[in-house]
Design a protein around this ligand. Structure first.
Ligand code: FAD
Ligand code: DHB
Length: 388
């Protein structure tokens, strides 16, 4: 079999790339290791930048998103038991959209009528430095297959095979691990605030987010090796209440049945370059950000926009300049987002009992909530810079 672009992975990066290529008349095949029901149920991010929404809208993929999303114009920073609003739209001129990543994934799959195979296994890449790289795999029925491509897009996430298929010595890794993780829950409870609350407290960070008028999404800073078994429902709720507590006595956290729970490690990671021969890495396959800036999904979409533009001119004119510059173009945005995500993480997560760190965090929080210049810097990064 053959195609123009072989796409490994049907997460946001792979699926948006597939739709972009299709809209420009370029053939592709998407191969996904998990089943359709698995990827459609995987609860992850929830904040979409304006640029992400615009791109999905221009592809005709955002009808349900526009009907069901929640549009937010600000976020709250809570520290020393008092809440301070950052008016994002007023300061940065753009709103943000709350809409679950798995809802985006469902919409992209439902609208796709091209080749997409779920439940493939034993995926391996070869001939990456040639003009006809090959993806070998075993399909859902157990048959060994191979797909000859012009280009392979490695959209298979942090633990995928694409990055690992590049010969040793080509990629440089930049990495930072954090001494904390996030315990996330989805709960059948109405949001207790109209906007997201990023809360700093001596007990640790907490985030109040939402998915709909009846479903909240919340996170607690925990240790990286935290065992979910030691977090029964009542412990989760009492910890959330303690960390989100504020001096205003009229504020109360609504609770309800917990629908889903998981612990996610926090990491900053970048490979450079994001390409080798005819293989181009996009999204989590090339970089991971800690979740505090809500950027992972948006960055994945920005990467594939750059890749689709470069492939479009390569196929149209034979000019490789865009493809050759892919990594450099993407890494400018990647490093801005890396810095912002590290900065938000450092400001909001107490690391222990070092009083120096704590004093710096509180000073920074007072500064971003009292200086219009500092708040504007946070806001323009949070809403996201225009897509390339
Ligand atoms: P992915 O969504 O990981 O998609 C990669 C796809 O490739 C997957 O479907 C995978 O099954 C498939 N795959 C893997 N290996 C193979 C293979 N060998 N062959 C074929 N297919 C393969 N970001 C936030 O902003 N906020 C959050 O709260 C947040 N929470 C997260 C929680 C978790 C547990 C994780 C893992 C990530 C979270 N993120 C969050 C980050 C965000 O979800 C990612 O940045 C985003 O999913 C990146 O999209 P992607 O398409 O690059 O990768
Ligand atoms: C959500 C996740 C984030 O990482 C974040 O910064 C804000 C919101 C969410 O899942 O809703």
């Amino acid at each position: 079999e053959r195609t123009q672009v072989g796409i490994v992975g049907a997460g946001p990066a792979g699926l948006v790339l597939a739709h972009l290529l299709r809209s420009r008349g370029i053939d592709c095949v998407v191969l996904e290791r998990q089943s359709r029901s698995y990827v459609e149920a995987r609860i992850r991010a929830g904040v979409l930048e304006h640029g992400t929404v615009d791109l999905l809208t221009s592809l005709g993929l955002a009808d349900r998103l526009h009907r069901e999303r929640m549009v937010h114009h600000g976020i709250e920073l809570l520290f020393e038991r008092s809440a301070h609003r950052i008016p994002l739209t007023e300061l940065a001129g753009r709103e943000i959209t709350i809409y679950g990543q798995h809802e985006v994934v469902k919409d992209l799959i439902a609208a796709w009528d091209g080749p997409l195979e779920f439940s493939v296994s034993s995926v391996s890449l070869s001939g990456l430095s040639s003009s006809a790289p090959i993806v070998s795999y075993v399909d859902a029925a157990g048959t060994a297959r191979s797909l000859r491509c012009d280009v392979i897009a490695g959209c298979d996430g942090f633990h995928g095979v694409s990055r690992a298929s590049v010969p040793d010595g080509v990629l440089t890794v930049h990495q930072r691990d954090y001494p904390h993780a996030w315990l996330g829950i989805l709960a059948e409870a109405p949001p207790s605030s109209e906007e997201l609350i990023y809360a700093h407290s001596a007990r640790g960070f907490a985030l109040h987010s939402m998915r709909s008028p009846t479903v909240t999404r919340m996170y607690l800073q925990v240790r990286p090796d935290e065992d979910l078994a030691s977090w029964p429902d009542e412990r989760i709720w009492s910890e959330l209440r303690a960390r989100l507590d504020r001096a205003d006595p009229s504020w109360k956290l609504a609770d309800g049945p917990i629908l889903e729970r998981s612990v996610a490690a926090m990491r900053s990671f970048v490979v450079s370059p994001m390409q080798y021969g005819q293989l181009f890495l996009a999204g989590d396959a090339a970089h991971i950000v800690p979740p505090t800036g809500a950027k992972g999904l948006n960055l994945a979409v920005a990467d594939v926009k750059v890749l689709a533009d470069a492939l479009t001119s390569w196929y149209a004119t034979g000019d490789r300049a865009g493809l050759d510059a892919y990594s450099e173009t993407c890494l400018r945005r990647v490093w801005r987002v890396q810095h912002f995500s590290w900065w938000m993480t450092s400001m909001l997560h107490p690391t222990g009992d070092d009083p120096f760190d704590l004093a710096l965090q509180l000073s920074q929080l007072r500064y971003v909530t009292s200086s219009r210049a500092a708040a504007t810097s946070l806001a323009e990064n949070y809403v996201g810079f225009p897509f390339p």
